[in-house]
Design a binder for this molecule. Structure first.
Ligand code: SF4
Ligand code: SF4
Length: 170
């Protein structure tokens, strides 16, 4: 199936699905949208095709993740929610393919000291339906081999972060 169709399905699943039943940006003043304006959000392979034509809001830049070419979308902070990249829709989760090749969703270790939803003292529980929808979206996306290998790459990068934070021991 064409990547654009897969992304449309994934975007639709995550259109109104959010980590909490209310706008969690109210708790933290939208920390995940006020990060490094140069860095941006990592795009999944081919995701740029669905974002084309929205350069008033998103700029796409090239970079590398390990040795792989990757695109990042840098937003102007005036969010057009219909065209939020996947990385924004799933935050603070990330897709993860384990050593047995199984797809799951984990808390993104890069969000551990940023997002109150991952900080125990806040006692906030992420809506299970949101997690389920994130998994469903990635089950659709891994039908594409290129996207699947990219998620394996992300998983290896996340493992490095998890080791650094002592979440992963080996
Ligand atoms: S940092 Fe976490 S709590 Fe804050 S807006 Fe982003 S996802 Fe919501
Ligand atoms: S695209 Fe929207 S959700 Fe994503 S970082 Fe920018 S303002 Fe936040």
């Amino acid at each position: 199936m064409h990547k654009k169709i897969l992304y449309k399905k994934a975007y639709r699943l995550l259109k109104n699905s959010t980590p909490l039943k209310f706008d969690c940006g109210l708790i933290c003043n939208r920390r995940c949208c006020s990060g490094d304006n140069e860095a941006g959000m990592c795009l999944y392979p081919g995701e740029e095709s669905i974002l084309a034509g929205h350069d008033e809001f998103l700029n796409i830049r090239k970079d590398k993740m390990r040795d792989t070419d990757v695109l990042f979308a840098v937003c102007s902070n005036k969010c057009n929610r219909n065209y939020r990249p996947l990385a924004c829709r799933i935050f603070p989760y990330a897709p993860y393919i384990d050593r047995d090749g199984r797809l799951t969703v984990i808390e993104d270790p890069r969000a551990k000291y940023l997002c109150p939803l991952l900080m125990e003292p806040f006692g906030l529980k992420i809506d299970r339906r949101f997690r389920r929808n994130v998994i469903k979206a990635f089950r659709i996306l891994i039908m594409d081999d290129e996207i699947k290998s990219f998620i394996s790459l992300i998983s290896a990068v996340l493992d490095d972060y998890r080791r650094m934070l002592g979440i992963l021991r080996h």
